[in-house]
Write a protein that binds this ligand. Structure first.
Ligand SMILES: [Fe+2]
Ligand SMILES: [Fe+2]
Length: 342
């Protein structure tokens, strides 16, 4: 039996399980309502303009010059990582569409708490791509048309989180991704500060702050699910990890490099922005936060519980070997930076 067959026969939830899962997700609606405060009220929210040079003042040239001079300190590999992160953020329409499977807003303007969350979340996330896009354009160091083509292609290709239409899996997936993006933005910010671009450091910091609130929301909602249905939640968590988490930008394509995502991911690992160790640390964090080890489950779910508790350690054992193999990979030319290598 192929991997795919094995996965679909053992891991996919059955249709009546799916409807039970949707019932639980509806039942936690009061918790969703109580956590809508994790969205920042629009009057208090930051906007990309707050972190960009003003083009309306008399000294706009000086402001732009300051941004460009600071950006000159950023090495090409960090620039490639930032472009890949930006492309991933810019494919937001695909993620909102995918999350509607969880929220089930048929009309598009439902006043229900889940629907309000998804719209508020989308509105906050929408600023991430906008801000990074504007910053990267201003640096003058990026071939923006190649980047835009990549975004266009990624949105057109769509996005399948490999959650088999299961709302539990979608919650696990999103909690994981919010933490992964928070980590990635925070690391780029840290490296930017080290290189002397305090402007980029602030930009990454404010985006990472949003991701942290979003992560808190999805993580709490999955805790609510686990409190009500520990066995179902644990099985969903395991089925997500068995396929290894599908990265949102993995179908990115610039029309030139058929393995663009893999090459971007290698640069991100080598730069220390997002590594196999980070992957393991996120899993470990979720296993602890969701108190997987102490949930009272038996049978198949009990077996899944054991697997989950060992998962991070398994990846950590491979980490050194993975990092050594990555270090040997050749640098690649990226169309995003006019075929300079990273
Ligand atoms: Fe984001
Ligand atoms: Fe996010």
């Amino acid at each position: 039996m192929s991997d795919v067959q094995a996965r679909s026969s053992s891991a996919d939830p059955l249709p009546d399980t799916l409807s039970e899962h949707h019932e639980v997700v509806s039942a936690i609606e009061p918790a969703v309502a109580g956590n809508l405060r994790l969205l920042v009220p629009i009057d208090k929210a930051w906007q990309p303009t707050d972190y960009l040079p003003s083009l309306e003042t008399e000294d706009w040239r000086d402001e732009v010059e300051r941004v460009r001079t600071a950006a000159e300190t950023i090495p090409d590999d960090l620039l490639v990582v930032l472009v890949g992160d930006m492309v991933t953020e810019e494919a937001l329409p695909s993620y909102s569409m995918a999350l509607n499977a969880l929220v089930r807003d048929e009309e598009g303007d439902s006043p229900a708490p889940w629907a309000r969350w998804l719209r508020g979340w989308t509105a906050e996330e929408n600023r991430h791509g906008d801000l990074l896009n504007a910053y990267l354009r201003l640096t003058g160091r990026v071939h923006m048309r190649a980047v835009e083509r990549t975004v266009h292609g990624l949105v057109a290709k769509g996005f399948n989180p490999q959650t088999q239409a299961d709302p539990y899996s979608l919650l696990v997936y999103t909690a994981f991704q919010e933490r992964a993006t928070r980590l990635s933005h925070a690391n780029v910010g840290r490296f930017a500060a080290r290189h002397g671009d305090s402007n980029l450091a602030r930009i990454c910091g404010v985006i990472a702050g949003d991701e942290a609130r979003h992560e808190a929301f999805y993580t709490r909602m999955m805790s609510e699910v686990l409190d009500r249905d520990p066995a179902g939640g644990i099985l969903a968590f395991r089925s997500m990890l068995r396929g290894r988490i599908a990265m949102p930008g993995r179908f990115m394509d610039d029309g030139r490099d058929p393995d663009l995502f893999d090459h971007f991911a290698i640069v991100a690992q080598r730069a220390g922005v997002y590594t196999v160790r980070d992957y393991a640390s996120i899993i470990e964090h979720l296993v602890t936060t969701w108190r997987i080890a102490s949930r009272s489950v038996t049978g198949e779910a009990g077996q899944a519980q054991e697997e989950l508790c060992r998962h991070a350690e398994r990846y950590l054992r491979l980490a050194d070997r993975t990092m050594a193999a990555l270090a040997k990979q050749p640098s690649r030319a990226f169309s995003w930076i006019r075929d300079r290598k990273a």
